[in-house]
Design a protein around this ligand. Structure first.
Ligand code: ADP
Length: 253
């Protein structure tokens, strides 16, 4: 689809001035909530996310318990005021889907075998949404789980890449640019979005979804960009945790 908006100019600059391999600004703060076992506040471009982790604690109701391992319940929720048109509060198909894929991604890194019959609740609240909220939510969840002291193989991190600026003529799609971390207009009027989450230590893929169409070459390029984005954001996750715990140690001293 050719949108009325020119998403990328002749010099390869995007609407917000970014180059094809540039992330939006990301800020992460660990341990922002006092009553949760672990928490994180994250800003990623115009996205604002807060995550609270509770557990591990006995899974209730009891029929949800697994005698061999803990269950990870991620609950992704978009606040009614997080988008331009007020969103109807409460779960919908999209938030159920995102909660499910994030829960499954987190279960791959949390050492769930250590906590039979337990539940680990991960509440992901999207306060401001501007595309890429599932990656932002999962990234904040990784920091909040670490802040809660929950044993994990690695701190999971998410990032997306996609394609913008292609033209459709006589049913054929041509051109387009593969870019990192789609912004709002790019997500709305772009051609494809490929959110992923990885374990950055091993590059194991924890989540991979795709919206739109990419050729094999475009897919490989998008994966390469998204992987690089994940590794860059992973450093910021670690910095956020070091900042929090370095401050705690200073206070004790
Ligand atoms: P993600 O946020 O992970 O990119 P989507 O691709 O489903 O997930 O959504 C892209 C963007 O569309 C969201 O970040 C948000 O800005 C907007 N959006 C999603 N759901 C709604 C909704 N119900 N009402 C208004 N805008 C929405």
């Amino acid at each position: 689809m050719k949108s009325d908006i020119e998403l990328i100019d002749a010099n390869g600059k995007r609407l917000d001035g970014r180059t094809n391999d540039q992330l939006r600004d990301v800020k992460i703060e660990a341990g922002v909530l006092h009553r949760a076992d672990g928490s994180c506040y994250l800003e990623w471009g115009g996205n604002k996310v807060v995550v609270a982790v509770y557990g591990p604690r006995e899974a209730i109701p009891r029929h949800t318990q697994d005698p061999l391992r803990a269950i990870v319940n991620a609950r992704y929720n978009m606040a009614a005021f997080s988008v331009d048109d007020r969103k109807r509060p409460g779960p919908d198909r999209r938030s159920r889907e995102i909660s499910k894929v994030i829960s499954e991604a987190l279960e791959k890194v949390v050492l769930i075998d250590l906590y039979p019959r337990a539940a680990i609740d991960v509440n992901i609240e999207i306060l401001d949404a501007e595309a890429g909220t599932r990656c932002a939510g999962l990234t904040a969840a990784g920091v909040a789980l670490a802040d809660a002291g929950i044993p994990m193989k690695d701190i999971p991190v998410g990032c997306a890449a996609g394609k913008i600026g292609a033209e459709t003529k006589d049913g054929k799609v041509s051109g387009g640019h593969v870019v990192l971390d789609l912004g709002k207009e790019e997500d709305n009027f772009g051609d494809a979005d490929l959110p992923i989450a990885i374990s950055p230590r091993t590059d194991e893929i924890l989540l991979l979804q795709m919206d739109g169409h990419l050729t094999v070459e475009e897919f490989n390029k998008a994966m390469e960009l998204a992987m690089k984005g994940c590794h860059d954001v992973s450093k910021l996750q670690k910095d956020a945790l070091i900042n929090k715990y370095a401050a705690d140690v200073e206070e004790v001293e």
